[in-house]
Design a binder for this molecule. Structure first.
Ligand code: DC
Length: 222
């Protein structure tokens, strides 16, 4: 069975998709981590983001694997090296759109992502999972939240790490990322026609997971 969870950055997709996968005993797949890992490789190799053939060649020679640690964290391996922390650095967050907008690279990613669905029952999270990667998925969710709420959540996360940044600045960053995700020519972020739309602005994590499980149960009973 394939369950897709799409939505903008900061809507809580990772936490929620991971929890949902644990409850169902499905494999959780974070596709954003794949785009991030490839961006890290491009940065490490000082690639020119305008050199599309060079970047595609690099992607073809790359191996990205996702594994689950004992504490249920996703470990991301790039060509055999654990890059789980490095791919979350701001330099990668700010550059990843330059990789994610390349159609040929998205094709490679989509084929890797489809392979996961051939071997496992999965909860796969991203931007184009219900629209492009698995348009035939049994259940699709689109998880949203207002930019104000996403900025507030991010501000609290950063504060815990000792980083102070204003909510206004975070709202601007979030709106810029949304714009890039939604206006990309290939695989843009959009709501699949048959997706269940959940606005998590006023819901906590467990309420969202409970709502999703209820939709899944209803589907089985029909
Ligand atoms: O979910 P995230 O913030 O880790 O995603 C990182 C980037 O990858 C983000 O800029 C959007 C892009 N992405 C994408 O284009 N398609 C996906 N399926 C997943 C992520």
């Amino acid at each position: 069975m394939i369950i897709t969870v799409d939505g903008p950055a900061g809507a809580g997709k990772s936490t929620i998709a991971k929890l949902l996968a644990e409850k169902l005993n499905f494999l959780y797949v974070d596709t954003g981590a794949m785009y991030r890992a490839l961006t890290l490789k491009a940065e490490n190799q000082n690639m020119d983001y305008a050199d599309i053939p060079g970047l595609v060649k690099m992607a073809e020679k790359t191996k990205i694997t996702l594994e689950k640690s004992k504490s249920c964290k996703t470990i991301v391996f790039l060509d055999g090296f654990d890059v789980s922390d490095a791919i979350r650095e701001p330099i990668i967050t700010n550059a990843v759109y330059k990789i994610a907008r390349i159609a040929e690279i998205r094709q490679i990613m989509v084929s890797w992502q489809r392979d996961y669905g051939k071997k496992h029952s999965i909860v796969m999270e991203g931007r184009d999972i219900g629209t492009v990667v698995f348009p035939q998925a049994e259940k699709k969710f689109y998880l949203d939240a207002s930019a104000q709420i996403r900025a507030k959540r991010r501000m609290l996360e950063l504060k815990e790490k000792g980083i102070d940044i204003s909510r206004e600045e975070l709202i601007t960053q979030i709106e810029e990322r949304d714009h890039k995700d939604k206006t990309r020519k290939c695989g843009p972020l959009k709501i699949a026609d048959d997706a269940i739309y959940i606005d998590s602005s006023d819901l906590d994590i467990s309420e969202v997971v409970t709502t999703m499980l209820k939709y899944l149960k209803d589907k089985h009973e029909k």
